[in-house]
Structures are given as C-alpha cells and as structure tokens.
Design a protein around this ligand. Structure first.
Ligand SMILES: Cc1ncc(C[n+]2csc(CCOP(=O)(O)OP(=O)(O)O)c2C)c(N)n1
Ligand code: SF4
Ligand SMILES: [Mg+2]
Length: 293
C-alpha cells in the first residue's frame, strides 16, 4: 500500500491531550496537509489545553486563541489583515470543537460562509463539550449519556446535520473525514487548501475520556463509524454536487460500535433498533443525493 502522507510533523510530542485523543490525531493529519504556512485560530475547546501554555506550544505554526463563539469571525479578520500586508499565501485555519461549531460559533461561521470568506474551517467532532466536563452539544448523538443527559434522561434528540446547514450556504467545498481514514482526511485537507473561499471540514474524532471507551479503541471506533454508516465520508462541491468518498462494501450493524462505549451502555435492544433505523434512513437520503449528481 502506498502512503501519501508526509513524515514531517508539525505537532510535536509533549502535547497535553489524554491518551488516545482523536482530536490530536485530527490536528496532526490536517497540519501535514496544510504545511507550516498556516495560522490557526482557536476558540475555547480541548485544543486550548492540548496545544500547551506559552511559550511551550506543541504546534509548529502560530496559534491565535480567541473567544468561544468567534472562531470564524476571528479567522476572517486574520485573513483580511494578512491580505492588507500583501500575504495571500498563508492559510488561515479556524479550528474548533463541535460545541464551538454546531452551537455557540454557528452565527460567526454562517456569516463567514455567507460572505464566502477565504478561510478553512475545521470542526473536530468529539460529540460533546469535553473541555468543561462532557456536557451535551447539538452534535451529541441520540441515545448518548453525557453529564447533562444522564442515563435516565439520555439525549433524545438527533445529532444536528451541520454539513447540510453548511451546504445550504453554497460554499465551494465541504467534506466529512475521520481519523480512522488518514489518507482520505489528508487528501481532503490538501484539496481544501487549494480552493479559494470558505471551506468546511468536519472530522470525526473519538474522545476516550468522554465516551468511556478504551484509548486503544480510538482508531477502531473511527473506522467502525464509517463502516456502519453512522458517519459517512463524503464531499459536497458548491453546495450541490455530493460525492461519496468511501462506500462500505457490506452493511455492518451499529451494535458492535455502541457496545465498546460506556456512553451507550444503558440502551435497550429496542433503543438500539431505533438508532439503527435512523442511521439507515439518513444513509439512504445521502445516497440519493450522491446518485442524483
Ligand atoms: C462564552 C463561553 N461560554 C462557555 C465557555 C466554557 N467553555 C470553554 S471550552 C467549552 C467546551 C467546548 O466544547 P467543544 O467546542 O465541543 O470542544 P471540546 O472541549 O469538546 O474539544 C466550554 C463550554 C467559554 N469559554 N466561553
Ligand atoms: S477530553 Fe477527549 S477531546 Fe479532550 S483531550 Fe481528552 S480525549 Fe481529547
Ligand atoms: Mg466537543
């Protein structure tokens, strides 16, 4: 098998993530694709900690810490500042968690996307507010335990379809990716780098601490979720052209994936069946979009 991913690292050892953190792998691969001419704009999230305290950053690129709700607006500002200085080459990357994207940062993100500002926005999705102690976000899937959706009142609303919301902005490029498929993640980030306008990447990033999973299962989970169609990998160009990136050969049930995560342990067989039906329905809808191009 031929690997295209470069060996050079822009994320150093000594970062402050928990063992098995998917968000850390997501950054590692994204930076390999974007290269050192990148400025990261970072709202409050686990990555505010992972990067390390000044002057001991684990990242080989400049990092601008900003308020929770402002990632996209701050990135647009940094981009405008660079352009005024005559720098049209540096990539400006807004890097935010699911809480900072699906919920609190969505207004700034929508504004930047509507203007088609020339930034890359990457949301690493660990499906809850992890940095502040595992609170539910609108990216938390139906059925999951979090500290604000305890077992007796587990989350009873579906995960928000942020990719559909972004597609409605008709921006040039949207892609979903998973750290379980690094080649695909790398290719999509590289492709995004060469496009102008607002580019949105949504990366699935397991969190052992918040999901009550084993650190050594992080990559396994990030592959299973694609194989069982819960987190399909696809691209959307100009909000219209849908392309499936990885189409699993056979339909794998979601049970195995749920069973190795403590956050789903309370679910009954009927509840798992309901979840499976929702996954199947969403997959069929996406397939129809991909086939209608
Ligand atoms: C306006 C505001 N509200 C709340 C917070 C507290 N806060 C900091 S990080 C965070 C959670 C971020 O969740 P997410 O974006 O999903 O990133 P993760 O921690 O999961 O990596 C919260 C609630 C804050 N910093 N600012
Ligand atoms: S809480 Fe989760 S996302 Fe945050 S550093 Fe730990 S493993 Fe990573
Ligand atoms: Mg999160």
């Amino acid at each position: 098998m031929k690997f295209d991913i470069p060996k050079e690292e822009l994320l150093g050892s000594g970062h402050l993530a928990c063992p098995g953190c998917g968000a850390t792998q997501a950054m590692r691969y994204a930076l390999k694709a974007l290269g050192e001419k990148t400025i990261i704009v970072l709202p409050a999230c686990c990555w505010s900690i992972i990067a390390g305290p000044f002057p001991y950053s684990s990242l080989g690129v400049p990092l601008y810490h900003t308020a929770f709700e402002t990632a996209a607006a701050a990135a647009s500002g940094v981009k405008a500042g660079l352009e005024i200085q005559g720098d049209t080459e540096t990539t400006v990357l807004a890097w935010a968690g699911d809480g900072g994207t699906f919920d609190i940062g969505i207004q700034a993100l929508s504004g930047a996307a509507e203007r088609n500002d020339d930034i890359i926005y990457i949301c690493y999705d660990n499906e809850a507010y992890m940095n502040t102690g595992i609170q539910r976000s609108s990216a938390t899937p139906w059925g999951a335990w979090t500290t604000t959706t305890p077992v007796k009142h587990f989350k009873n609303r579906p995960k928000k379809d942020i990719d559909a919301i972004m597609a409605a902005h008709l921006i040039p490029y949207i892609a979903t990716a998973s750290i379980g498929y690094p080649e695909d993640l790398y290719r999509k980030t590289k492709k995004a780098k060469d496009i102008r306008g607002t580019r949105f990447l949504h990366i699935y990033a397991p969190c052992p601490s918040g999901w009550k999973s084993r650190p050594e299962d992080t990559i396994k989970l990030a592959r299973m979720v694609v194989q069982n169609r819960m987190f399909p990998l696809y691209e959307v160009e100009n909000g219209e052209i849908y392309k499936m990136s990885i189409k699993p050969r056979e339909k794998k049930p979601i049970d195995d994936y749920l069973r190795i995560q403590g956050r789903f342990r309370h679910l009954t067989d009927d509840e798992v069946k309901f979840m499976q039906e929702q996954v199947d329905k969403k997959w069929e809808k996406l397939l129809r979009k991909c086939e209608s191009n």
